[in-house]
Design a protein around this ligand. Structure first.
Ligand SMILES: [Mg+2]
Length: 282
């Protein structure tokens, strides 16, 4: 796992208010409509009823991490079999691939930031995008020790969520873009995104789900979305607004009278009558 976000390849990344944009996206329920863990637990683990009971205990009698350990520990399936099931049952957001293309065209780095397990996330991206395209996506997540059909999550951070997404975002802010602070855009949907919600510069919350409800309750500014197309439209609007600002600045500079010899702008000064010698006043 790497915290390093790929740097823009041509050094010409898109800027918003002079800050380069970096997109971070949750995985389960955001890039894919389902949760990779839920799909597996229901078929090869504790089953839907027990999984919902454990889910319901989060924040009450168990932490997210404690409940998750019980769910992952209930699996009796190999990684290959798990990936086969995911290939069959997961549904990719219809506009995710075009959104990735958009990020490539605009030279905006894109990273997955997830409470899931690295081997499943990478395996699912390999299957749905192809290995070459998948390999260009940085994944920041928990890892896993999978011994045959025994699964043990290896948590990224020693905290109740297992992966403190806010901490990862802040760590990445300090390591990317040669000291310039990127404008962080986070796209998410659920409980594991709550910590990140307070730390992203621009937050997209999937309409009608827990992250949006949390934002409304806690008065956190966010932009609702249904698919990655909505995210793309909003980012395009921001980028176009930035271009217009830059054009306005160029136009303002172009209208300043220039020295015909040096081509440099002539500094315009205002003077008061008091600063002019009496001899030149009529
Ligand atoms: Mg999610």
């Amino acid at each position: 796992m790497s915290l390093q976000v790929p740097k823009p390849s041509n050094g010409n990344s898109k800027k918003h208010n002079n800050r380069p944009i970096a997109v971070f996206s949750d995985f389960d329920g955001t890039i894919f409509h389902q949760d990779t863990g839920h799909v597996l637990f229901d078929k090869y683990g504790c089953g839907q009823e027990k999984r919902e009971e454990l889910d319901g205990s989060i924040g009450d009698t168990r932490s997210f991490r404690e409940a998750s350990e019980l769910m992952w520990g209930s699996l009796t399936v190999s990684l290959d079999e798990a990936l086969e099931l995911l290939k069959k049952d997961l549904v990719l957001d219809d506009h995710f691939k075009p959104f990735l293309d958009f990020c490539d065209e605009q030279n905006i780095p894109f990273s997955v930031i997830s409470a899931g397990l690295q081997p499943l996330l990478r395996g699912a991206l390999d299957q749905f995008l192809g290995k070459e395209r998948s390999s260009k996506i940085n994944i920041v997540s928990n890892d896993a020790e999978i011994d045959g059909s025994n699964w043990k999550p290896l948590w990224r951070h020693d905290c109740e969520l297992g992966h403190d997404k806010a901490r990862s975002i802040n760590e990445m802010k300090e390591t990317v873009f040669d000291g310039a602070q990127p404008l962080t855009v986070f796209v998410g949907d659920g409980v594991s995104d709550l910590a990140a919600a307070n730390h992203a510069d621009i937050l997209f919350a999937r309409r009608g789900l827990k992250l949006e409800k949390y934002c409304i309750k806690n008065k956190i500014p966010y932009i609702p979305y249904d698919t990655f197309e909505d995210v793309q439209v909003e980012l395009e609007r921001m980028i176009n607004a930035q271009k217009e600002d830059e054009q306005d600045n160029r136009n303002a500079t172009a209208n300043i009278p220039k020295n015909p010899v040096s081509g440099r702008p002539i500094a315009l000064r205002t003077v008061s009558e008091n600063s002019v010698p009496n001899s030149v006043l009529i």
